[in-house]
Design a protein around this ligand. Sequence first.
Ligand SMILES: Cc1cc2nc3c(=O)[nH]c(=O)nc-3n(C[C@H](O)[C@H](O)[C@H](O)COP(=O)(O)O)c2cc1C
Length: 363
Amino acid sequence: MAAPIDAFEFPRTGKKLRNRAVVAAMTNKQSNEDGSLSDEEINWLIRRAEGGFGIVTTAATHVVPEGQGWDGEMGVWGDHQLPGLTRLATGINEHGAVSLAQIFHGGMRCPQRLTGVQPVSASINPTSDSDNGETRALKDSEIEELIEAFAMAAARCEKAGFDGVEIHGAHGYLVCQFLGIETNRREDRWGGSLENRARFLLQIIERIRQVTDDDFLLGVRISPEYDKIGVLLEDSLDLVDMLVESDIDFLHISCWDCFTPPAHHDDSRMLTEIFAERLANRLPMITCGAVWSTAQAQEVMDQGADLVAVARSAIGHANWASHLGDSEYDPQRPPFTAEHLLDEGLSEKFVDYMRAWQGFVSD
Ligand SMILES: Cc1cc2nc3c(=O)[nH]c(=O)nc-3n(C[C@H](O)[C@H](O)[C@H](O)COP(=O)(O)O)c2cc1C
């Protein structure tokens, strides 16, 4: 069994990673109002590349202005965003890490106060923001336009020097809203069977492949199960087979806690084990959720993951990945002092945002 410190090579492209540690996508609300990157956002990610991670992923970044989910979110929908994106991708690469941008559209989670338009989704759905009531269902032609927007965004990321993109199909945003039976009640070719609900995602993949070079990495992040959206474990496992057939380079499962079994299923194994069994090495798998120590990173690899993504550990410890050779490494967990987080390359603004994550910052 491989170890977290071992190098890795993506089978399709031959792109190499110095180790198996991935900075998971993390929103940090530091971008400018026009979606361009701020120095603070660029710095905190480059610092993680400097800290030894194999892959550094950006925060979720919207592919059209109307797809913005929250304030201070980075965008990849306009050429005015290219200079910042280029600085970020170059900085990550210069420090030996592979750079990924996580592309997304918030769908029913895009507040009208930010976008100025009624939010959209696969069907008419309630919105999470009280200022806009409910979504309207996307028209067929609008879905086609969004597929194109995802592809153009990926091409822009490639132009900026990113090694690849991760399509955010997890956590209840637009791609996930298409996948879930609660939020997708369409009766056309985009709804109904899993094949139809996955069509949006699969066509985004197909189009990105057409507009980017062969060596551009393309991955998908999914939530294995998401009750409220209607994403069921059985469907997610069947989706794995479809994704294997598509032209992607990795599957990323967002488990939130890699050490608890599925919440809505009677399989008592861990999610990573269940997905590893279905994947049967047909595609590299990243797993993520509640990994802090080297022993835990090894444990999820023993469960069958090829790569281990961390979020909160990477916020608290910029050099987390450089400790992977130490099997005893078990770093401090939250709460962190603001001083500690500032020392680790977060800005005041980011620290302030982390105060919203209960128990993360000790004041
Ligand atoms: C501050 C913060 C921001 C996050 N933003 C994103 C995001 O933009 N996209 C995403 O897919 N997940 C996001 N997540 C979820 C993480 O990528 C990860 O799945 C989750 O935190 C569990 O991993 P951890 O236990 O290592 O923190 C975020 C998590 C945190 C803590």
